[in-house]
Design a protein around this ligand. Structure first.
Ligand SMILES: CC(=O)SCCNC(=O)CCNC(=O)[C@H](O)C(C)(C)COP(=O)(O)OP(=O)(O)OC[C@H]1O[C@@H](n2cnc3c(N)ncnc32)[C@H](O)[C@@H]1OP(=O)(O)O
Ligand SMILES: O=CC(=O)O
Length: 532
């Protein structure tokens, strides 16, 4: 066998997941698809290079027929007909998984991606929790003795697992001497252990696919699904995938992405945070027209964001697919009623806009937000499980609309720059400690939101932006100084031990990626080198 674990089993029960048969499946996936994955990653670099030379993206002339023809995706299985509330969160620790399954949401996006640090322990523990959940066997006792069990008085949320994106390796497994591919490890282990079990439960192997940049990446996933279904001997078309439209090039290929996955597609999701990250990344050297205002001031009602979400709803419904809303990152705080009230109001407003625009359901980051999202969608859907029949023929979105980044209100301020540096450092520190999502100043921060923060800083230096509140120009020297000041603020907030262990390396990493001449494509790639 050419597959090997390059690290010891992370904990004794890991053998339930890392079985010889499951590893053989991962090996086969790798051998069949590693080259295609490499080609797709090369395409990404070439396309970005083209954008940097032309300052432009457009709908593809060669796929016009796919956009113009009449076709639909496969019908949604019964369990995915009603997705009005989707809870997101990591699948490890077990407590979070149980809380999400019990939350009353219709779906749980079990996140192996942006809300999870892919430490070897987390990667395998998340799989173990999902395996036990599929068999109704997941339970947990906290160190304080609080018991957690799967509820039996109401339906559990349907699991839709989100594997890592194509770019991330899994360094604890090697195949033919190369690091395994994170996406194939996450999908492969989940599918191998649970596909048949989930079908037996009346559910199925359902996935969210993150960070796609083209329909060819969707084709690659489709090829993986076809191979995997044959491998375990379940009917073709059993898998259902919802694709996150969270990169700017993918917004130009929504039809094509659904078309490639048409036998397995169940919808698209408007992943707003990664979308903003992608805009900054793609147009980072596109001049000041592409410089976004402070992260906190970019709203979903900015014309270019509205163009993106409206096009998504229209495209999905035209193809019989679900349009899923995104994440309002404000979260409640059970100890602070005023914070909770503000979060409820903001989430209600966000979900109301989505429901009225035609989305079929949306995401929440915290169990206390489930009732708000449900109530809003109940009031718009009435007795219907979804509103896929709402065609939105009134929508007309051009390439210019999608690229009208300058239409965002707001300015770049020193307060916003400081906040970006603080969040990037604090998030990376928490990520290095093994938590992929954290509340910072009552906002949910995960890999996507941290990517925006650090990318904005890089873009502001590159464009020598003038700060609206202080009149200073953003330079490497200014950023270095503010980074040190924000780091001192963080030093005052955490223990000396934590600071040395996680915040010092986080500061070094953020300094490196914000100040270097070359832009770093994903923050999680250099960060991954620092975790076991
Ligand atoms: C841009 C995107 O990709 S969005 C999707 C990816 N991001 C996410 O999924 C983030 C999901 N959210 C979270 O991880 C969490 O809500 C956080 C980290 C932001 C805040 O978590 P906490 O600080 O634990 O919140 P809080 O203390 O209020 O939690 C209260 C209870 O709710 C539980 N809880 C909170 N959020 C979640 C969640 N997303 N899933 C399951 N349980 C949750 C906690 O475990 C805790 O349970 P307990 O009372 O049994 O101990
Ligand atoms: O993954 C979702 C996003 O908003 O980013």
């Amino acid at each position: 066998m050419t597959i090997e674990l390059t690290s010891p089993m992370p904990f004794p029960a890991a053998g339930t997941i890392l079985t010889p048969k499951a590893l053989t499946f991962i090996e086969q996936l790798h051998q069949k698809f590693a080259n295609q994955r490499e080609e797709r990653l090369t395409d990404r670099a070439l396309r970005r290079q083209h954008v940097s030379e032309t300052g432009r993206l457009d709908f593809l002339p060669e796929t016009r027929a796919v956009r113009d023809d009449t076709w639909s995706v496969a019908a949604a299985p019964p369990q995915l007909q009603d997705r009005r509330v989707e809870m997101t969160g990591p699948a490890t620790p077990a407590k979070m998984a149980i809380n999400a399954l019990n939350s009353g949401a219709k779906v749980w996006l079990a996140d192996l991606e942006d809300a999870s640090t892919p430490t070897w322990h987390n990667v395998v523990d998340a799989q173990l929790n999902l395996l036990q959940a599929a068999r109704g066997e997941l339970s947990y006792t906290s160190p304080e003795g609080k018991e957690y069990a799967l509820r039996t008085d109401a339906p559990l949320a349907v699991v839709v697992a989100r594997p890592r994106g194509w770019h991330l390796p899994e360094k604890n497994i090697s195949v033919d001497g190369q690091a395994a591919i994170g996406a194939l490890v996450d999908f492969g282990l989940h599918f191998f252990h649970n596909a048949r079990q989930l079908l037996g439960n009346g559910s199925g192997p359902y996935y969210y696919l993150p960070k796609l940049e083209s329909h060819l990446e969707a084709r690659l996933w489709n090829d993986v699904f076809v191979f995997a279904q044959d491998y375990v001997g379940i009917p073709q078309g059993t898998i259902r995938a919802t694709v996150l439209i969270e990169t700017i090039p993918a917004a130009f290929e929504m039809d094509e992405i659904l078309y490639e996955l048409r036998d397995h597609a169940s919808g698209l999701n408007a992943g707003r945070w990664d979308y903003l990250f992608s805009i900054v990344k793609y147009f980072r050297d596109g001049g000041t027209d592409f410089v976004l205002p402070d992260r906190a001031t970019v709203s979903m009602t900015a014309p270019f964001m509205r163009a993106y979400t409206e096009l998504l709803v229209q495209t999905c419904h035209r193809r019989g697919a679900f349009a899923m809303g995104g994440m309002a990152a404000v979260i409640p705080n059970r100890r602070e009623p005023a914070v909770t009230e503000e979060a409820f109001n903001k989430v209600r407003a966000d979900k109301t806009r989505e429901a009225n625009d035609g989305f079929d359901g949306s995401w929440v980051a915290h169990p206390d937000l489930v009732p708000i999202c449900r109530e809003v969608f109940d009031s718009v859907l009435g007795a219907k499980p979804n509103q896929v029949d709402r065609q939105r023929t009134d929508v007309s979105v051009s390439a210019e609309d999608l690229l009208d980044v300058g239409s965002a209100d707001g300015s770049v301020t020193e307060a916003g720059l400081r906040s970006n540096l603080y969040v990037a450092m604090a998030y990376v520190a928490v990520w290095l400690s093994g938590n992929g999502a954290v509340a910072i100043h009552n906002l949910m921060e995960d890999a996507a939101t941290a990517e925006i923060s650090r990318s904005q800083v890089w873009q502001q230096i590159r464009n020598q932006v003038t700060l609206a509140d202080t009149g200073r120009t953003v330079t490497a020297e200014l950023v270095q100084r503010l980074l040190e000041e924000e780091s001192q603020a963080l030093r005052a907030e955490v223990s000396a031990e934590l600071f040395e262990k996680y915040y010092v390396p986080a500061q070094a990493l953020v300094a490196d990626i914000c100040l270097s001449e070359t832009y770093t494509d994903f923050l999680t790639l250099p960060a991954y080198e620092l975790v076991k």
